[in-house]
Design a binder for this molecule. Structure first.
Ligand SMILES: O=C(O)CCC(=O)C(=O)O
Length: 261
């Protein structure tokens, strides 16, 4: 695994993503799916209008609003499991920190289209985005809970700026729409058991269709200033930490948040 991880790190550094096929076992995913479906069913009831009109994701899955302590512990232990931490430590050797979780599903409206973006575009103007991709990045670890069409990614854009076509489509300039195809996009279909790791700031879009329900875990390098983005309620309580086999990902975030006070 060590040699394999070094190769994957090289691929991540140069391309902005990699896929580990059949990384998780069926029982691992079935247990995770059961917990996630509890969250999803309650979330959908609570956000009925939003869900039916426009939603394609939810977040804060590890929070206390919809899941019991037991289920939250199952999630925390999955997120910081040996398999996950091998990948996270391979990419962020220096104090990786937990940011959040998101759950991606199909929009109810079949006419709603998947769209290209960089995650940083929601926080920054163009100049800020150009700076963000040069600096520390946020990792997305995507775990499909059902087979799905997966993601479409534009390789190398975690480090390079958009070409003209990419920019106009992503930013919806010059009459283009963010749902149009890009000639530089690469589709990555995903099956249950796969793990896709990609940079949140590369140009990407989720592909709607099939029975998609994918858990995305977001992790950042402690050197970056992202502690503000973390909701306290999505972290384990002190009492829960003892029941998490390797709690570094969470304690690193907690330390960063205490420093900010
Ligand atoms: O799956 C999707 O709809 C989008 C995924 C995405 O944008 C992300 O994970 O940042």
């Amino acid at each position: 695994m060590v040699g394999k991880l070094a190769k994957l790190k090289n691929q991540y550094d140069s391309q902005g993503y990699f896929v580990l096929r059949e990384y998780f076992t069926q029982p691992e995913i079935l247990t995770l799916r059961k917990t996630i479906l509890k969250f999803h069913d309650l979330w959908k009831i609570d956000h009925a209008t939003f869900y039916h009109e426009e939603a394609f994701n939810s977040s804060l899955i590890t929070g206390s609003q919809y899941l019991s302590t037991d289920d939250r512990l199952k999630l925390f232990n999955f997120i910081s499991s040996k398999k996950m931490m091998a990948v996270v430590d391979g990419l962020i050797p220096n104090q990786p920190a937990f940011m959040n979780t998101q759950l991606f599903f199909n929009p109810v409206n079949p006419l709603q289209k998947d769209f290209w973006h960089r995650d940083c575009q929601y926080d920054h103007d163009i100049e800020g985005q150009q700076k963000a991709i040069q600096e520390t990045q946020v990792l997305h670890l995507r775990v499909p809970l059902f087979d799905e069409l997966g993601m479409e990614l534009v390789p190398e854009t975690h480090k390079r700026w958009d070409n003209e076509e990419e920019f106009n489509v992503r930013q919806e300039e010059k009459g283009r729409e963010s749902s149009e195809d890009l000639s530089t996009g690469i589709k990555i279909p995903l099956s249950v058991g796969d793990l896709l790791v990609f940079s949140a700031d590369m140009i990407h879009r989720g592909l709607y269709g099939m029975d998609r329900l994918a858990l995305d875990i977001l992790v950042f390098d402690s050197a970056a200033d992202f502690a503000d983005y973390v909701d306290d309620d999505c972290l384990p309580s002190i009492a829960m930490l003892n029941k998490i086999a390797d709690s570094r990902l969470f304690t690193n975030t907690m330390q960063l948040k205490t420093k900010e006070l």
